[in-house]
Design a protein around this ligand. Structure first.
Ligand code: C2O
Ligand code: CU
Ligand code: CU
Length: 446
């Protein structure tokens, strides 16, 4: 995996990305994929808090695309996913990396209706923001988890069922490689993981070793927590420490995870079959999948992790405006529809207005038969409760998974920017098919 280092502090950091087909090695084969800068995954973009950044995207894909900097707190009109870059054109995304936003993010296309094939084909990369001081000096590995299915020397196209379930690839790759080896001399590895898959979930575990969860990409959690596994839904990130107790190589695996009802065949079904038609199967991996092998050259005790990693603001939620957002699937005559608040996405339609400077509490409900990861652009949120129970540790996120029937309460501060903001399911086929919406953040009360 290549890396793009910023060049200076006073000048703007200039990054050039070209989206174009290229031949790249994938699991021992030469594959013809849509890429950023002829790399799969795309180069790691590395910025510092406070950097002024100019990313120039040139499109040579032969079809429209654009660039979304997933999770970054940047002005909505810079993010603007409705702005397309035509084939042959170049567009610049210019912004300042927000102070306090140190963390792990990623980038991918957001051209409505085309996200799923473009992302599945390989248009994705990690983005790291470094803070003024990193409290954890351990060897860091940035891992982009991305699956792919090749057909001949190119990407397998989506079929009808992929557009319902979300497309999972049979090659499960870490930074474009199958089961790479990751090493640390001092026994402790800091794994910074991105799930850049369209629809594959990873219930991550390090065989026989607990992990210390530090955060979900945006800064650190308030406190570290010891966990046996971490669920990484599409779009999510995890920042974990693991101290190896063996020197012979320890597998990082994706444990079995059931992500809900398989909808295969449902697009062509007669009405009346209801929710339990289709193949009747379940989605997700039934057997563990080996992702990588972790190696320590010598053993050492775990490092001292501060008991307090961050302080999140204490917002008074008593009088906060509340909203309810429902994710659902609709089966009837005609194709299955994926809906937000009972209707499909319509570009430009504004669902509601939030006031700049306010804090809101959103109740997000999954009223469907499979997991849907809910994602909000521009404004990070804190999960307050899940199914009525308070979350054990507070941390900033931009994506939260909801299993079928679940509900979460989110604290959403609209601190500085105004503009039009997107929210959607991050199984990108669902996003492309309409499980997406937009709202406005305004200066004036409405
Ligand atoms: Cu990573 Cu709107 O997406
Ligand atoms: Cu995003
Ligand atoms: Cu979904």
């Amino acid at each position: 995996m290549t890396s793009t280092e910023p060049s200076g502090t006073d000048e703007a950091v200039e990054i050039d990305l070209e989206a174009a087909r290229a031949v790249v090695p994938v699991a021992g084969r030469a594959a013809h994929l849509p890429t950023y800068n002829a790399a799969f995954p795309g180069p790691v973009l590395r910025f510092r808090e406070g950097d002024r950044v100019r990313v120039r995207l040139t499109n040579r894909l032969g079809e429209p695309t654009n660039l979304h900097l997933h999770g970054l707190h940047i002005p909505p009109d810079v993010d603007d996913p409705l702005r397309l870059v035509a084939d042959g054109d170049t567009t610049t995304y210019e912004f300042v990396v927000a102070p306090g936003s140190a963390g792990l993010y990623w980038y991918h296309p957001h051209a409505h209706g085309r996200v799923a094939p473009q992302l599945f084909g390989g248009l994705a990369g990690a983005l790291v923001v470094d803070g003024p001081h990193e409290p954890l000096p351990e060897v860091e590995h940035v891992l982009v988890l991305k699956d792919l299915t090749l057909a001949g020397d190119t990407v397998e196209p989506h079929d009808a069922d992929d557009w319902l379930n979300g497309k999972e690839g049979d090659l499960v790759l870490v930074n474009g490689e199958r089961e790479p080896s990751l090493a640390s001399v001092h026994a402790t590895l800091r794994l910074r993981l991105v799930n850049a898959c369209n629809a594959r979930y990873f219930l991550l575990a390090v065989e026989g070793h607990p992990m210390t969860l530090l955060g979900a990409g945006i800064g650190f959690a308030e406190e570290p927590s010891t966990v046996e596994s971490v669920l990484l839904a599409p779009g999510e990130r995890a920042d974990v420490l693991v101290t190896l107790a063996r020197t012979d190589g320890v597998p990082l695996v994706a444990l079995p995870y059931d992500r809900g009802h398989d909808m295969s065949g449902m697009d062509s079904m007669a009405p009346g079959h209801g929710h339990h038609g289709g193949a009747g199967g379940r989605l997700g991996n039934e057997a563990p999948i080996a992702l990588a092998t972790l190696h320590a050259r010598e053993l050492a005790p775990p490092p001292d992790v501060p008991t307090r990693l961050a302080s999140l603001p204490d917002h008074d939620t008593a009088g906060a405006p509340r909203r309810r957002i429902v994710l659902s699937e609709e089966m009837g005559a005609g194709p299955v529809r994926f809906l937000l608040d009972g209707r499909p996405f319509e570009p430009g339609r504004i669902e509601f207005r939030a006031r700049a400077g306010s804090v809101e509490v959103w109740e997000v409900v999954n009223d469907a038969d499979m997991d849907h990861p809910f994602h909000l652009h521009v404004f990070p949120f804190v999960v307050l409760t899940r199914n009525g129970r308070p979350e054990p540790v507070r941390m900033w996120r931009d994506t939260v998974n909801l299993a079928a029937g679940e509900r979460v309460e989110l604290l959403v501060p609209f601190d500085d920017f105004t503009g039009t903001v997107m929210y959607h399911c991050h199984i990108v086929e669902h996003e492309d098919r309409g499980m997406m919406a937009m709202f406005d953040v305004d200066d004036v009360e409405s």
